[in-house]
Ligand binder design. Structure first.
Ligand code: GLU
Length: 413
């Protein structure tokens, strides 16, 4: 009863139950071998090539299995949002020929029956599940401010124990209804934390699609699932959305690998089927004799936009990425020079578990090949659209001499 009262105290306006939400997201009508994948960027800048690479993998896995690939914008961190990012992401995907079946469109509308596809439009859905967890004693409000958290950390450091909000250190784990009511009437902001059933002495094991068997300590931290502004954290929204949207395979950067114990715990606590995970290493840049990660701030050639500006056809980048995804693509291409790269079947277990190197010479060779296979009209269309945006002098010239440009031939030697 007290959990029920607590849930009502915290979320008086939330009247729906999880069952009401489930009825809006029926299982997808797909064959059992079809994969549902997604690209879930945060709108915090332009699309980088690592994101593009991961997206091509997700898109291929879905479409080669007659499944669904969708785009979801993870915009719950309003402070980090950069204006224009969503448009940049959508138009980059279009340019690179990565077709999404569902997701937000440039018009501002959504396409697909499993939306909304922007997390900021899904706040009420998250609240239904958070209230449900509170009602079942699986989550609780925490009124600690930064000072309180700092005090806990200092005591833990003095005792040389793991820092964080867990176990006996989780001050508000057993907060009473009365106490919460008082804090709220005093206007004290609160977050909602998951009451972690985990212990750092135990380990979880799972099979990563790219990295193979993985073993990690269980999560024992009472992680925040709803922030003081009422928005969910990334971890929580990921579990809710990927479950409701029917995602079967999550392909993402390996910076998320250490979050898997949190994610598995969330899926289990919510009673959701856990998706398969594949974590890919970042694409590396060759600098002199060494390799390093692309830097967001320093490397212009780390953005997808750069390759568009430089005039690489989107298809050439995708074709090049296929070589990085599975090394036997090259051999396949030699025996199938005229087929679309989309006819090659990719396998996650054949992917390179450590960072693939972006080899510019190879990219140039492949781009030349791709361009040489285009018809005169296709080359013209590409040049026309590209110059319109990036080279006005060339654009004016070919616009005035369309026929002439179309008929330019390589001189016979
Ligand atoms: N929004 C997360 C990001 O920006 C998505 C991670 C995931 O794919 O689960 O990387």
């Amino acid at each position: 009863m007290s959990n029920e009262n607590m849930a009502e105290l915290l979320f008086p306006d939330v009247t729906q139950l999880p069952a009401d939400i489930y009825s809006l997201y029926p299982p997808r009508n797909l064959s059992s071998s079809a994969l549902v994948t997604r690209f879930a960027p945060s709108p915090t800048g332009s699309l980088n090539i690592g994101g593009l690479y991961a997206t091509l993998i997700s898109e291929r896995l879905a479409h080669q299995s007659n499944g669904v690939f969708f785009l979801r914008i993870e915009d719950t961190d309003k402070k980090r949002e950069i204006e224009g990012s969503i448009e940049n992401i959508i138009s980059s995907l279009l340019y690179f020929g990565i077709h999404f079946d569902e997701g937000p469109l440039l018009s501002g509308d959504d396409k697909g029956a499993y939306g909304p596809y922007k997390q900021s439009s899904r706040i009420q859905i998250y609240k239904v599940f958070i209230k449900h967890l509170v009602r079942n004693g699986l989550a609780y409000p925490c009124f600690c401010d930064t000072d309180d958290l700092q005090k806990i950390r200092i005591s833990q450091q003095n005792l040389k124990v793991t820092t964080g909000y867990y176990g006996r250190w989780a001050k508000h784990r057993d907060i009473s209804f009365q106490q919460a009511k008082e804090e709220i009437s005093n206007g004290k902001p609160f977050v909602i934390r998951l009451k972690s059933p985990g212990s750092s002495d135990r380990r979880i094991t799972y099979h990563d699609l790219v990295k193979g068997p993985i073993e990690l300590p269980e999560n024992d931290q009472d992680i925040v699932i709803m922030k003081t502004d009422g928005l969910p954290t990334y971890h929580f929204a990921h579990a809710i959305d990927d479950y409701l949207m029917g995602t079967t395979h999550v392909i993402r950067g390996d910076e998320w690998l250490s979050s898997v114990p949190i994610h598995i715990q969330l899926f289990e606590t919510l009673g959701f089927r856990i998706p398969e995970y594949g974590h890919i290493a970042p694409i590396m840049k060759q600098v002199g004799n060494s390799k390093r990660k692309f830097s967001k701030r320093k490397d212009l050639d780390g953005t997808a936009e750069y390759y568009k500006e430089q005039g690489y056809p989107g298809m050439a980048i995708s074709e090049y990425f296929m070589n990085l995804i599975n090394s036997d693509f090259e051999e396949w291409r030699m025996t199938n020079p005229d087929k679309s790269f989309r006819e090659f079947i990719i396998h996650t277990h054949k992917m390179n578990a450590s960072g693939a190197l972006l080899d510019m010479n190879k990219l140039h060779d492949i781009s030349k090949d791709v361009i040489s296979r285009l018809t005169g009209n296709q080359v013209f269309d590409h040049l026309y659209t590209w110059s319109k945006e990036f080279d006005s002098e060339l654009y004016t010239l070919i616009d005035r001499n369309k026929e002439y440009t179309l008929n330019i031939r390589k001189p016979e030697l």
